[in-house]
Design a protein around this ligand. Structure first.
Ligand SMILES: O=c1ccn([C@@H]2O[C@H](COP(=O)(O)O)[C@@H](O)[C@H]2O)c(=O)[nH]1
Length: 239
């Protein structure tokens, strides 16, 4: 039994403002936050991101990855949107991460209002074979823990990882870092392009702070019911 409540983020991946807005309204009160990423932001623009997130907590998942100055300046330009959570790639290295953290701290006098900086470790769509294909000869678990240690030391508030790495990350880093987990598939749903997956209840039991669920909600016949079923599954773990 666990007292930790795992919260649910719905990934609204679509190029259509109307579609995302419809999902956001349907899911209001059923999810704990919405995630907008590359597809929505490139198609609809930052004003649309701000408008859509006016009523719900926002995870802005743009996974910035560039030289430290460019990433820090990019994050600064995004601060008027005021997301709760923002992502950069851990592979950008410690200077990129520490400068990103510094720019967020400078931009928000009240630290409680500062967006939390998340470092993406190894994408949940990557397997050990895929890591080898990009020249990384380690298991996803080894690589996530290695990148996770570096990213938290450099100033990230939390990490994006798969549910398979949660226990090892908690052992390595303690309870401090916020752990955000995509690659979630309710039992029986299509895996799509995800490789390192778990069900909502398995991820909650392993200690996820947040799970991110996209297609199993947005492609469901009834997205609100799909989100509610996931919340019920999460609540059963903490009951
Ligand atoms: O490692 C990562 C990092 C981010 N994501 C994002 O989460 C959602 C997952 O969507 P599903 O439809 O539930 O697969 C998506 O927006 C990704 O960009 C991830 O999957 N893995």
């Amino acid at each position: 039994m666990s007292l930790h409540r795992t919260r649910l983020i719905a990934a609204l991946d679509t190029p259509s403002y109307d579609q995302a807005s419809h999902w956001a309204s349907e899911l209001e009160g059923r999810v704990d936050a919405i995630k907008l990423g590359l597809e929505f932001t490139y198609a609809c623009g930052l004003d649309a991101v701000k408008k859509l997130s006016a009523r719900q907590e926002l995870f802005l998942d743009l996974k910035l990855h560039d030289i430290p100055n460019t990433v820090a300046s990019g994050l600064k330009a995004l601060t008027p949107i005021h997301p709760a959570l923002m992502t950069i790639h851990a592979l950008g290295g410690p200077e990129m991460i520490s400068r990103s953290r510094a720019v967020l701290e400078e931009s928000f006098r009240e630290q409680a209002k500062r967006p939390r900086l998340l470092a993406v470790t190894v994408l949940t769509s990557m397997s050990e074979k895929c890591l080898a294909e990009v020249g990384i000869n380690a298991t996803p678990l080894e690589e996530v823990v290695r990148l996770g240690r570096m990213a938290i030391r450099a100033g990230a508030d939390g990490l994006v990882c798969s549910a398979h790495e949660l226990v090892a990350l908690r052992e390595a880093l303690g309870d401090g870092p916020e752990l955000i987990v995509p690659g979630i598939r309710p039992a029986g749903s299509s895996t799509d392009d995800q490789k390192r997956i778990m069900t909502p209840s398995q991820a909650a039991q392993a200690g996820a702070d947040w799970i991110v669920v996209g297609r199993p909600i947005t492609r469901a016949e009834n997205p609100a019911a799909a989100a509610q079923a996931i919340q019920d599954e999460l609540r059963a773990v903490t009951a």
